[in-house]
Design a protein around this ligand. Structure first.
Ligand code: SF4
Ligand code: SF4
Length: 429
């Protein structure tokens, strides 16, 4: 059951001006509070012996891998650090984030802070997300708030799931004002770091003021990032339809990919052509592929927070691929619309932690991944951020935009319960 709580105070979303030099010590009280809480949570205690000793690779092989998606375009370092901390404590195997140095640093800081709190040695893999062409996951909304009619009811602000649209700088009369904190001038409009490109604001503006800006991650920056010791994995978002673009990116990455432990390809369901696209991409990667690979089955992109039905497409996609005989090697993992209902949907299709698809005993798992499961696991994005984000917003309204969640045990425990309620059912048998 999700905890319910309310938060009335309007919060500042402009906390990205604050920076922490390093992680400061965490109190012993917080450490024991967290370890007691984790022990008491039923979904983790039943599997504590196996999950605590399970590496990310073992999770993929066993079929209980969980990845947190921070968002390929989400770049709010404070939120990303807090989210990474909470989900590391809850036992995720991988944290997927934007291919940006400050974001990678924030993820690693969150992981390190979690390790200090829990004492657990196994750390989740850090994955950066890039694209080979224009892609919904790599875009930002944009508008000039000066163009907005003053009497607009601001449906854009209401619909945005990321609190990425702000009018705090604007007083009711429509003029800009300073905050009472002093020198910070709050900007109106889209807070670029927080916008993850879901696109929901675009159609709701009655004056058609919002436009989208898409971008492609620069391959040279990606090469630098994947050479870092604190980046373990990379995901390439592709439409699957243009193998030329995929090949261009793959060539531009060169032998830097040899630093990685896992390479994921995230693709939408292309129907009948999906398997042939996958095979084509695999043949492009193969000469340089020295690590494990994974196919992220992106059902209904960036929709997991919307509701129960959002998860259907990725489950259908997984079912379709599980039945396919000629697919290339690689783990399969769900994403796009995944939420608290995904695991039940997988179970109903007989796909959770099973070695063969329903009614087809000949269709076994890939020997190259020495996998014991047909489906490697699940990635959670918007839904995971929503349930913990509510706690973070509350904390920030009380303690300021730069608050570190480990400094506020009551919020940390609340966030942890939310995260474990999502991750735990995949981790336990
Ligand atoms: S695209 Fe989505 S995240 Fe970005 S501002 Fe619009 S509603 Fe918010
Ligand atoms: S809905 Fe459109 S006009 Fe209204 S505040 Fe948002 S962007 Fe401006």
């Amino acid at each position: 059951m999700a905890l319910r709580f309310f938060c009335n105070t309007k919060i500042s979303t402009h906390h990205h001006h604050h920076h922490h030099a390093a992680n400061q010590a965490v109190s012993e009280d917080v450490k024991s509070l967290v370890s007691n809480t984790l022990k008491k949570l039923p979904s983790l205690s039943s599997s504590s012996s196996s999950s605590s000793s399970c590496s990310p690779l073992q999770s993929l092989q066993r079929g209980n891998w969980v990845k947190l998606i921070c968002g390929a375009s989400f770049e709010d370092a404070v939120d990303i650090r807090n989210l990474s901390l909470v989900y590391t404590l809850s036992g995720v195997d991988c944290i997927d984030c934007a291919a940006d140095e400050s974001v990678v640093r924030a993820v690693n800081e969150g992981i390190e802070a979690a390790a200090e709190i829990s004492g657990v040695q196994i750390r989740p893999w850090v994955m950066i997300s890039v694209n080979d062409d224009k892609d919904l996951h790599f875009r930002k909304a944009e508008f000039d708030p000066e163009d907005c009619p003053v009497d607009c009811s601001r449906p854009c602000e209401i619909v945005c799931p990321a609190n990425a649209i702000s009018f705090q700088g604007k007083s009711e009369t429509g003029t800009s004002s300073n905050t009472n904190e002093g020198s910070t001038v709050l900007m109106d409009g889209v807070i670029t770091e927080r916008c993850y490109g879901c696109g929901r604001c675009l159609p709701v503006c009655p004056y058609d003021k919002i436009s989208e800006v898409t971008y492609v991650r620069d391959a040279a920056t990606t090469v630098d990032l994947i050479k870092r010791n604190d980046v373990d994995a990379m995901e390439i978002h592709t439409s699957g339809r243009q193998s030329a673009q995929f090949k261009d990116l793959w060539c531009a990455l060169g032998d830097s990919v040899e630093n990685l432990r896992l390479i994921a390809v995230s693709l939408p369901n292309g129907g009948d052509s999906t398997i042939s696209s996958m095979n084509e991409m695999f043949s492009i990667m193969k000469p340089n592929l020295q690590c494990f690979n994974l196919w992220q089955l992106d059902g209904r992109p960036m929709s997991g927070d919307i509701g129960r039905g959002a998860t259907k497409e990725t489950i259908d996609f997984a079912f379709q691929l599980a039945k396919a005989k000629n697919r290339p090697p690689g783990f399969l993992q769900l994403a796009g619309g995944t939420n608290a209902h995904t695991i039940d949907g997988l179970r109903k299709k007989g796909l959770f932690r099973t070695t063969s698809s329903t009614g087809d005993e000949t269709n076994t798992i890939n020997s190259s991944t020495s996998s014991q499961a047909l489906i490697g696991g699940i990635a959670y994005g918007g839904y995971a951020r929503k349930i913990v984000g509510r706690v973070l917003r509350c904390m920030q309204s009380e303690h300021g935009g730069a608050a570190r969640i480990e400094d506020h045990p009551e919020h940390l425990l609340m966030a942890l319960k939310e995260a474990v309620a999502l991750v735990g059912p995949v981790k336990s048998l």
